[in-house]
Design a protein around this ligand. Sequence first.
Ligand code: GAL
Length: 658
Amino acid sequence: MPGLGWGADYNPEQWPEHVWAEDVELMRRAGVNLVSVGIFSWAKIEVSKGEYRFGWLDRVLDLLHAGGIRVDLATATAAPPPWLTTAYPEMLPVRADGVRLSHGSRQAYCPSSPIYRDRATALAAEMASHYRDHPALAAWHVGNEYACHVKRCYCDTCAASFRDWLSSRYTLDQLNDAWSTAFWSQGYTDWSQILPPRVTPTFSNPGHVLDYDRFSDDAILELYKAERDVLKMITPDVPVTTNFMVNWTFGALDYWKWAREVDFVSNDHYTESQSPDRHVELAMSADLVRGLAGGEPWLLMEHSTSAVNWQPRNIAKLPGEMRRHSFQHIARGADGALFFQWRQSRGGGERYHSAMVPHAGTDTKVYREVCQVGAELGQLTGVAGSTVDAPVAILYDFQSGWALQQDAHPTQDFDYFKHVFGYYKALWESGVTVDFVAPGTNLSAYSMVVVPAFHAVSDAHAAVVADYVAGGGHVVVTYLSGVADEHLRIRLGGYPGAFRDVLGVWSEEFFPLRQGETVSLSDGSTVSLWTEHLHVRTADIVASYVDGPLPGVPAVTRNAFGNGVAWYVACDLDGSGLRRTVENALSGAGVPVSAQRIEHSGIELVRRKGDVSWLFAVNHTDTDAQIEASGVDVLSGAQVSGRLTVRAGDVVVLREEV
Ligand code: GAL
């Protein structure tokens, strides 16, 4: 793409052909230059086994090309057609309780099914051979939001693949040890005894469940790779992606692994429409996606122009909100922002989901705003390819998230994504741009690293954190970190096992709080959800409990370790306490917060840097606000010298003078 992408999933099969020409005309008016086509078109393309009908899709791609619109072409494998699942019902996924799911919606396949894999790769090969030379073809879009609905399948085919997966990693003795099968008489004496963690009388084995999560993630990734490899053979130069789901719904895939397998990272993001913090969560997701992309530009494959259809209450976006959301993604490294979908469906399960062209047509808030942003992005072509620098990182571990979702933990109130979000929000309010990094990443580029609930930790990954601190780094480690090894066996000798030395503390017992219970700290903060009986060895006490079950016990500590500093937050701090702690840690690490505090200015500021520096300023409040900045306001053409006013709800992009 020469500039920034703007467009949507385009599903012309939902409409009579006479609408298509109007679609392209309206797309041109809206500045659309990229659409994803064919994601759910399997039934229209392969009408029975091996019988392919490309005529209608040829006409769609030709029309789009004539309109100057590029195509992210799907392999169309996201929703197997009824003729296929009827012929091969064994390809349908099975739930943990043994119920086999039926067709009638989408994603109705078992990830280990050889039949699904054969038919999907055959279709991908047909698509690639047929469209290899089509001038509209910009990229391949494989599948759609893998594991969005079917996170795990528990069928017999998966059971057999799981055993193969296990036996390539463990001997039976090693497996019994890793899974602690001595507990509850679970010792396995033959591979054939091992099943997927189906519904059992009570708590499943934690190591078993976590390995099944890993196995399932790998099995789904293999499906993607099988299609990708077919595409690469036929069209080696066409980039391949699949759309991730990095957001508050927290997924079933370890995207650090997936990100290595795509040519460019793409993500779908839908805000939690009832949340007052939805724009902050959006920022976190975008930063995490940039981390997955290794800092390179990425593509927002889907977001919504207004309401979605799948939340308890699907709140419409207010005027300007979609624009701010689109610019937030671009500011945080996206080289394009696309929607689900182009034209709001007339029928089907998502007919109440917003689109670029609503049911009511083009004389609408949504279409007008779509045209406005499309035109504005057209003025920002120079932004494409630029990157974002961040002084602080958050270590993000999908697998700890899975582990902490399991049952039989000290509290059921803990939520990994929300926990990380609390720290992200504190940093966002402080105006500090954040990268996300994978476990094991060399951290030396960062002034400070937050390590939230890094729960299932290998010795090697723990050592990376300790080495970073010893070498002069600053970390903030939070409760539930370091407690278990990668098989969820507790590290003995006091929590937080893997990080005891670097933090200079040990904890003898967890004291999670009752629902609604709060405890006060000596620094004035309030704590809910979690406390623990902590002792310091070499650490200084920053704050202690003044009431609750552990009066006088340390709650927040700070330890000098090697050339660096390691904070431990052993409790769940409220928003202002968390921000105070994070800002203290930032100032100790030499990261300035005062100049850009969003909390005071109301303006989210992010810089993208390439040949020049682009300052994105997004005002999320309903009052005008001012910041210090100089350069050219690209959207208005105005020269800004020293003082920039960003109107209530507005976005400004400044080409900075440096
Ligand atoms: C995504 C999906 C789209 C559409 C959208 C609705 O999860 O990829 O096909 O369903 O959600 O929000």
